[in-house]
Design a protein around this ligand. Structure first.
Ligand SMILES: NC(=O)c1ccc[n+]([C@@H]2O[C@H](COP(=O)([O-])OP(=O)(O)OC[C@H]3O[C@@H](n4cnc5c(N)ncnc54)[C@H](OP(=O)(O)O)[C@@H]3O)[C@@H](O)[C@H]2O)c1
Length: 304
C-alpha cells in the first residue's frame, strides 16, 4: 500500500521481532511501535546498558511492552554468533529487522579486520541473517528486512579494494555499503524463492532524518536538527521499516521508502531502486565473497 504510517501496523500479538540498532534513532522508533502493537521485541544492541535504557523509555508510553535486550555487536562475528544462538532459543522469530548502521566514520576496522562500514552495514547483517534463517523458516511467513538508503544510488562495489586496504573515502564507502544492502536483499529474495523457504526478504530506506547517524559528520553535524525540521522525524523515518516488517500486502522482494520530496520524507510506499541494485551478476558475486569473508554461508547455494 502507499501512505503507510505507524497507524497501519497491524496487531503483532504472538509475534517476535528483532530490531538491530534499536537503542536510538529509527530502530528505537520501530521497536516502540512494534511493542505498542503487541509484538515481543528483541532490541539488538552493542551496548546492553543503552538497550535497557531504551526499553525503559519505551515502557514510559507502553507500560506492558514485552521487550528484551539482545547483545549484538555487528562489528564482531563472535558476538553475532552468540546473538544468533540466544535469539534462536526464543519460541519463535517472525521478523529480523536489520536496521543498525554507521555512516562516515574515520577508517576503523571490525574485530575481524573489515572496514567498519563494510562490516557493520553489510557483512554483519549478512552473517546475522544467515545464522537466523533456520529459526525464521520455522515461523512460517517470516521476514528479513534490510535497511538501505537513497545513498545507494551513488554506490558502487569497489571490487579492486573491497576492504579499503589502499584507499578510504568515507562518504563513498557509506554509499557503497548501502548498495550492498540492496544487492543482498535482491539476492536473498531470489535464493529463498528458488529454495522454497517460507521467508520473505524485503528492503526499505527511511528517507532523510535527523538522528545520531550524523555523529561522524563533522562540520555538517549542526545542520542535522534543521534537516529534522524539513525532512523526516525519526518516528516518520521508521514507517518504511515498519511497512516492510508488517504490511500484510507486502510481497517478497519489494522495497519501501517515503513517498514525498524525492523519497526523503512522508508516509511510506513502494520505492525506486537503481539499476545497479538489481544486477544479478553483481548480487551473486557479492553474496559469494560475503560468505567467504565472514566464514558464514547462508547455505542457499544449492538454490543457484
Ligand atoms: N537517518 C537517516 O537519514 C538515514 C538515511 C538513510 C538510511 N539510514 C539508515 O537507517 C539505519 C538507522 O540509522 P539511524 O539514522 O537511526 O542512525 P543512528 O541514530 O546512528 O542509529 C544507529 C544504530 O545502529 C547501532 N550500531 C552502530 N554500530 C553498531 C554495531 N557495531 N553493532 C550493533 N549496532 C550498531 C547504533 O548503536 P550505538 O548507539 O551503540 O552506536 C544505533 O543503535 C541505518 O542503517 C542507516 O544507514 C538512515
Amino acid at each position: 500500500m502507499t501512505g503507510f504510517t505507524a497507524r497501519d501496523v497491524p496487531d503483532q500479538s504472538g509475534r517476535c521481532i528483532i530490531v538491530t540498532g534499536a537503542n536510538t534513532g529509527i530502530g528505537f522508533e520501530e521497536a516502540k511501535v512494534l511493542a505498542r502493537r503487541g509484538a515481543r521485541v528483541l532490541l539488538g544492541c552493542r551496548d546492553p546498558g543503552k538497550g535497557e535504557a531504551a526499553i525503559a523509555r519505551i515502557r514510559k508510553t507502553v507500560p506492558d511492552a514485552d521487550c528484551a535486550v539482545l547483545p549484538l555487536d555487528l562489528a564482531d562475528i563472535e558476538s553475532i554468533r552468540a546473538a544468533a544462538e540466544i535469539a534462536s532459543a526464543e519460541p519463535r522469530i517472525d521478523v529480523l529487522l536489520n536496521n543498525a548502521g554507521v555512516m562516515y566514520p574515520p577508517l576503523r576496522r571490525t574485530a575481524q579486520g573489515f572496514e567498519l562500514q563494510l562490516g557493520v552495514n553489510h557483512l554483519g547483517p549478512f552473517a546475522f541473517t544467515a545464522l537466523m534463517l533456520p529459526k525464521l523458516a520455522e515461523a512460517g511467513g517470516a521476514r528479513v528486512v534490510v535497511t538501505s538508503s537513497l545513498a545507494h544510488w551513488s554506490g558502487r562495489i569497489p571490487w579492486e579494494d573491497l576492504n579499503a586496504e589502499r584507499r578510504y573515502r568515507r562518504t563513498q564507502r557509506y554509499s557503497d555499503s548501502k548498495l550492498m544492502n540492496m544487492l543482498f536483499v535482491y539476492e536473498l529474495d531470489r535464493r529463498l524463492r528458488i529454495a522454497g523457504i517460507p521467508v520473505s526478504a524485503i528492503g526499505c530506506h527511511p528517507g532523510v532524518a535527523a538522528t545520531d547517524l550524523g555523529r561522524h559528520s563533522g562540520l555538517l553535524r549542526p545542520l542535522f536538527p534543521i534537516v529534522g525540521l524539513f525532512l523526516n522525524s525519526p518516528a516518520a523515518a521508521a514507517w518504511p521499516g515498519l511497512q516492510a516488517a508488517t504490511d500484510l500486502l507486502a510481497s517478497p522482494g519489494s522495497y519501501y521508502g517515503p513517498q514525498q520530496l524525492g523519497g526523503s520524507r512522508g508516509p511510506s510506499g513502494p520505492a525506486k531502486r537503481s539499476d545497479a541494485a538489481s544486477n544479478p551478476e553483481t548480487a551473486r558475486r557479492l553474496w559469494d565473497i560475503s560468505a567467504e569473508m565472514t566464514g558464514i554461508d547462508p547455505e542457499l547455494s544449492g538454490a543457484v
